[in-house]
Write a protein that binds this ligand. Structure first.
Ligand code: KG4
Ligand code: ZN
Length: 353
């Protein structure tokens, strides 16, 4: 029996989520009544480290090898048979198109074989919805700071698919600024967490890197100038371990100050009482502490995904997919959706065309 939205009537929805937009292969099973039943992830970090960054073709080939075993593992750990699934959600973009296609083809084929809806999910909507997996989910509307390897955005989130972009980066994303600075410091890929680790022993204020756009009106960011400043500082300081740590500290302070400052402005201007912080850079502890202090000064409630769901994962794809499935409007077509470029603001709430 199926209801008016074409979903199985009577039993709670159970969805499989697949993520393959970059260098993590991940699969999760989420049940509407019982919550997250399993989440499996294989990181390709070791594969790409040799090259100092993600090699798209290698990423795609590795996803092809990893995804099916991960699907089997996730289903087994969830104690679920494929027939018990009510839908399959997969990341449809933005991301590396070859990598996206591997998960999209698998997700869509699986859904077709099982006779259930395939739900193409926007990767950033996944990041934004990741805090819904926690015990204290954020209410709508809220302000979201989305900080990942490819994006830095301040967004008013009215609801699922209802996003008003206040401002974004004009050039490099915050994660990219972490990664490029880390590379200049000779740290291994992926640079963000490595730089954060080195910064722990650095001294605040030893290097005063620019906080671009911080004093300018509006909510835009610009991080590309940072790498030139870091390059010059590295050239002058290299063999000295303490100076390198000081540079790392200076970079992190500059990025964190800028993100915290602009987010505070957006909170003050919008009057929103709830702040979500999502995307890979939200795993940064100094950023978390800075935003927590700023939110608490304003009496604003702050929400983060748990650490493992800050960076790419399939649980966030399952939760966004389940929300879309529940609200209807998932097209029953056979097309496999994979888009390298896909603006978040082109999304619409599920009920609207
Ligand atoms: O969301 P994500 O996993 O992938 C994208 O969708 O881009 O974000 C990855 C980014 C990378 O730039 C990585 O260096 C950064 O998040 N990142 C961090 C930390 N953990 C991950 N940056 C700073 N501190 C961290 N602890
Ligand atoms: Zn991501």
């Amino acid at each position: 029996m199926r209801d008016s939205k074409g979903l199985p009537a009577g039993c709670p929805l159970r969805i499989l989520g697949i993520e393959s937009s970059c260098d993590e292969s991940a699969v999760a099973v989420l049940d509407d009544a019982r919550g997250l039943l399993s989440h499996e992830l294989f990181s390709q970090v070791d594969l790409h480290r040799l090259y100092g960054g993600v090699v798209p073709e290698l990423a795609s080939r590795d996803h092809v090898q990893r995804l099916l075993p991960l699907v089997r593992q996730a289903l087994a750990k969830a104690g679920t048979t494929p027939e018990e699934l009510s839908g399959v959600a997969y990341t449809a973009g933005p991301g590396l198109v070859g990598a996206l296609l591997t998960g999209a083809a698998m997700g869509h084929s699986l859904a077709f074989a099982l006779g259930v809806p395939a739900v193409p999910v926007h990767h950033l909507e996944g990041h934004l919805m990741a805090p819904l997996l926690e015990d204290r989910p954020p209410p709508f509307p809220h302000l979201a700071l989305l900080v990942s390897g490819g994006h830095t955005m301040l967004i008013v989130v009215q609801g699922l698919g209802d996003y008003k972009l206040l401002g974004e980066t004009r050039d490099d994303a915050a994660g990219e600024a972490f990664d490029k600075s880390a590379k200049l410091l000779g740290l291994p890929y992926p640079g963000g967490p490595e730089l954060a680790r080195l910064a722990e022993t650095g001294r605040t204020g030893a290097f005063g890197f620019p906080r671009p756009m911080l004093n300018r009106e509006g909510y835009e960011f610009s991080f590309s100038g940072l790498k030139t400043a870091v390059m010059l500082a590295v050239r002058e300081s290299l063999p000295d371990a303490q100076r390198r740590a000081d540079i790392a500290r200076g970079v992190q302070d500059a990025i964190v100050d800028t993100l915290v400052g602009k987010t505070a402005r957006a909170l003050d201007d919008t009057g929103l009482q709830h702040l979500v912080v999502a995307g890979g850079v939200s795993a940064n502890r100094v950023l978390r502490a800075g935003l927590e202090a700023s939110a608490s000064e304003r009496g604003v409630e702050i929400y983060f995904p748990r650490f493992e769901f800050c960076t790419d994962n399939a649980a966030m794809i399952a939760v966004a997919g389940l929300a879309r499935l529940k609200q209807g409007g998932v097209a029953a077509d056979l097309a496999i959706h994979a888009q390298a470029q896909w603006p978040l603001t082109s999304l619409r709430p599920p009920a609207q065309p």
